[in-house]
Unconditional design. Structure first.
Length: 115
């Protein structure tokens, strides 16, 4: 078992979740059960799956959870793009969040390859 909090990728993913929640608060109320809900679930899924994978007893299982985290990261990347296209995010905010998610995806890929 690993300590998920010691992983840089987990810390970055956790920060992303907090940033996403801050932005969601400014989305239209009509999106409460739409993009807002989907985006928060997908964002939370990234560090959650890293943490769950760290609690598994084999490298193979850990790697599988990293793959799931990567899928959630791609989902977040698209939902951020959609939110920007719908004018729910300002360009500077979108750029910042996009840079975060791209960095997380790179870290997840590197960690998967290392495991």
């Amino acid at each position: 078992m690993r300590d998920y909090k010691s992983l840089k990728v987990w810390r970055y993913a956790h920060e992303l979740v907090i940033d996403v929640y801050k932005q969601i608060a400014q989305f239209p109320k009509s999106e409460m059960y739409g993009i807002s809900s989907q985006l928060t679930r997908a964002a939370v899924s990234i560090p959650t799956n890293i943490a769950e994978g760290c609690g598994r007893f084999s490298q193979k299982e850990f790697k599988r959870y990293l793959v799931i985290s990567s899928g959630s990261a791609s989902e977040v990347e698209y939902l951020l793009f959609l939110s920007f296209e719908l004018k729910y995010l300002e360009e500077s905010t979108y750029t910042m969040l996009k840079e975060q998610i791209v960095a997380i995806k790179k870290m997840l890929t590197a960690l998967k390859n290392k495991v």
